[in-house]
Design a protein around this ligand. Sequence first.
Ligand SMILES: [Zn+2]
Ligand SMILES: [Zn+2]
Length: 132
Amino acid sequence: MIGAGAFCGVHPTVGAAITCQRCGSFACAQCVEVHEGTEYCANCYQREFGGKASSRAVTALVLAIVGMNCLWPLGIVSIIMATQEIAAIDRGESPAKGRPLAKGALILGWILVALTGIAVVAGIIFAVAMAS
Ligand SMILES: [Zn+2]
Ligand SMILES: [Zn+2]
Protein backbone atom coordinates (compact mmCIF):
# COMPACT_ATOMS: atom_id res chain seq x y z
CA MET A 1 0.00 0.00 0.00
CA ILE A 2 0.97 3.61 -0.47
CA GLY A 3 1.90 5.51 2.65
CA ALA A 4 0.62 8.99 3.38
CA GLY A 5 2.69 11.71 1.79
CA ALA A 6 3.30 9.84 -1.48
CA PHE A 7 2.33 11.91 -4.47
CA CYS A 8 1.85 11.22 -8.15
CA GLY A 9 5.03 11.70 -10.19
CA VAL A 10 3.07 13.66 -12.80
CA HIS A 11 0.72 15.55 -10.46
CA PRO A 12 2.72 16.68 -7.41
CA THR A 13 -0.39 17.84 -5.56
CA VAL A 14 -2.38 14.62 -6.04
CA GLY A 15 -1.92 11.70 -3.66
CA ALA A 16 -0.56 8.52 -5.20
CA ALA A 17 -3.00 5.67 -5.74
CA ILE A 18 -0.50 3.03 -6.80
CA THR A 19 3.18 2.42 -7.34
CA CYS A 20 4.03 1.47 -10.87
CA GLN A 21 4.92 -2.22 -10.98
CA ARG A 22 7.51 -1.58 -13.64
CA CYS A 23 9.45 1.50 -12.55
CA GLY A 24 8.22 1.86 -8.97
CA SER A 25 7.19 5.50 -9.31
CA PHE A 26 3.99 6.78 -7.76
CA ALA A 27 0.92 7.42 -9.89
CA CYS A 28 -2.46 8.91 -9.00
CA ALA A 29 -5.79 7.33 -9.95
CA GLN A 30 -5.89 9.51 -13.04
CA CYS A 31 -2.45 8.35 -14.22
CA VAL A 32 -2.67 4.65 -13.45
CA GLU A 33 -3.00 2.32 -16.41
CA VAL A 34 -3.89 -1.31 -15.90
CA HIS A 35 -2.87 -3.99 -18.35
CA GLU A 36 -3.71 -7.65 -17.65
CA GLY A 37 -3.99 -6.98 -13.95
CA THR A 38 -0.68 -5.13 -13.68
CA GLU A 39 -0.64 -1.47 -12.70
CA TYR A 40 1.63 0.86 -14.62
CA CYS A 41 2.28 4.58 -14.46
CA ALA A 42 1.30 6.50 -17.60
CA ASN A 43 4.91 6.68 -18.82
CA CYS A 44 5.56 2.96 -18.55
CA TYR A 45 2.24 2.08 -20.09
CA GLN A 46 3.01 4.31 -23.03
CA ARG A 47 6.42 2.70 -23.47
CA GLU A 48 5.16 -0.86 -23.17
CA PHE A 49 1.85 -0.84 -24.95
CA GLY A 50 1.10 2.54 -26.43
CA GLY A 51 2.76 4.80 -28.88
CA LYS A 52 4.72 3.85 -31.91
CA ALA A 53 8.08 2.31 -32.60
CA SER A 54 10.82 4.90 -32.28
CA SER A 55 12.11 6.51 -35.46
CA ARG A 56 15.46 4.77 -34.91
CA ALA A 57 13.79 1.34 -35.08
CA VAL A 58 11.95 2.33 -38.25
CA THR A 59 15.05 3.89 -39.83
CA ALA A 60 17.16 0.81 -39.10
CA LEU A 61 14.63 -1.40 -40.86
CA VAL A 62 14.19 0.99 -43.79
CA LEU A 63 17.97 1.16 -44.28
CA ALA A 64 18.16 -2.63 -44.25
CA ILE A 65 15.39 -2.90 -46.83
CA VAL A 66 16.96 -0.19 -49.01
CA GLY A 67 20.26 -1.99 -48.53
CA MET A 68 18.78 -5.16 -50.05
CA ASN A 69 18.61 -3.17 -53.25
CA CYS A 70 22.34 -3.59 -53.90
CA LEU A 71 23.47 -1.13 -51.20
CA TRP A 72 24.71 -3.95 -49.03
CA PRO A 73 27.15 -1.93 -46.88
CA LEU A 74 24.07 -0.18 -45.42
CA GLY A 75 23.66 -3.41 -43.47
CA ILE A 76 26.43 -2.26 -41.13
CA VAL A 77 24.57 0.98 -40.34
CA SER A 78 21.41 -1.02 -39.86
CA ILE A 79 23.08 -3.41 -37.40
CA ILE A 80 24.53 -0.53 -35.36
CA MET A 81 21.21 1.32 -35.16
CA ALA A 82 19.21 -1.82 -34.41
CA THR A 83 21.64 -2.86 -31.66
CA GLN A 84 21.43 0.57 -30.03
CA GLU A 85 17.66 0.53 -30.30
CA ILE A 86 17.29 -2.93 -28.73
CA ALA A 87 19.57 -1.82 -25.88
CA ALA A 88 17.43 1.32 -25.39
CA ILE A 89 14.27 -0.81 -25.33
CA ASP A 90 15.86 -3.11 -22.76
CA ARG A 91 16.63 -0.06 -20.61
CA GLY A 92 13.02 1.09 -20.99
CA GLU A 93 14.05 4.24 -22.85
CA SER A 94 12.44 3.32 -26.14
CA PRO A 95 8.95 2.00 -26.91
CA ALA A 96 8.75 -1.79 -26.87
CA LYS A 97 6.81 -1.59 -30.12
CA GLY A 98 10.10 -1.03 -31.91
CA ARG A 99 11.60 -4.35 -30.80
CA PRO A 100 10.30 -6.50 -33.70
CA LEU A 101 11.37 -3.81 -36.18
CA ALA A 102 14.83 -3.55 -34.65
CA LYS A 103 15.19 -7.34 -34.60
CA GLY A 104 14.16 -7.54 -38.26
CA ALA A 105 16.64 -4.80 -39.10
CA LEU A 106 19.36 -6.69 -37.22
CA ILE A 107 18.71 -9.93 -39.13
CA LEU A 108 18.53 -8.14 -42.50
CA GLY A 109 21.65 -6.19 -41.58
CA TRP A 110 23.62 -9.38 -40.97
CA ILE A 111 22.35 -10.86 -44.25
CA LEU A 112 23.58 -7.71 -46.03
CA VAL A 113 26.96 -7.90 -44.32
CA ALA A 114 27.23 -11.56 -45.32
CA LEU A 115 26.36 -10.67 -48.91
CA THR A 116 28.94 -7.88 -48.83
CA GLY A 117 31.56 -10.36 -47.58
CA ILE A 118 30.67 -12.87 -50.31
CA ALA A 119 30.79 -10.14 -52.96
CA VAL A 120 34.20 -8.94 -51.75
CA VAL A 121 35.61 -12.48 -51.69
CA ALA A 122 34.12 -13.22 -55.11
CA GLY A 123 35.60 -9.98 -56.41
CA ILE A 124 39.06 -10.88 -55.08
CA ILE A 125 38.85 -14.40 -56.56
CA PHE A 126 37.75 -12.92 -59.87
CA ALA A 127 40.54 -10.36 -59.85
CA VAL A 128 43.13 -13.01 -59.01
CA ALA A 129 41.79 -15.30 -61.73
CA MET A 130 41.94 -12.47 -64.28
CA ALA A 131 45.45 -11.52 -63.27
CA SER A 132 46.91 -15.01 -63.64
ZN1 LIG B 1 6.31 3.28 -14.34
ZN1 LIG C 1 -1.18 11.76 -11.75
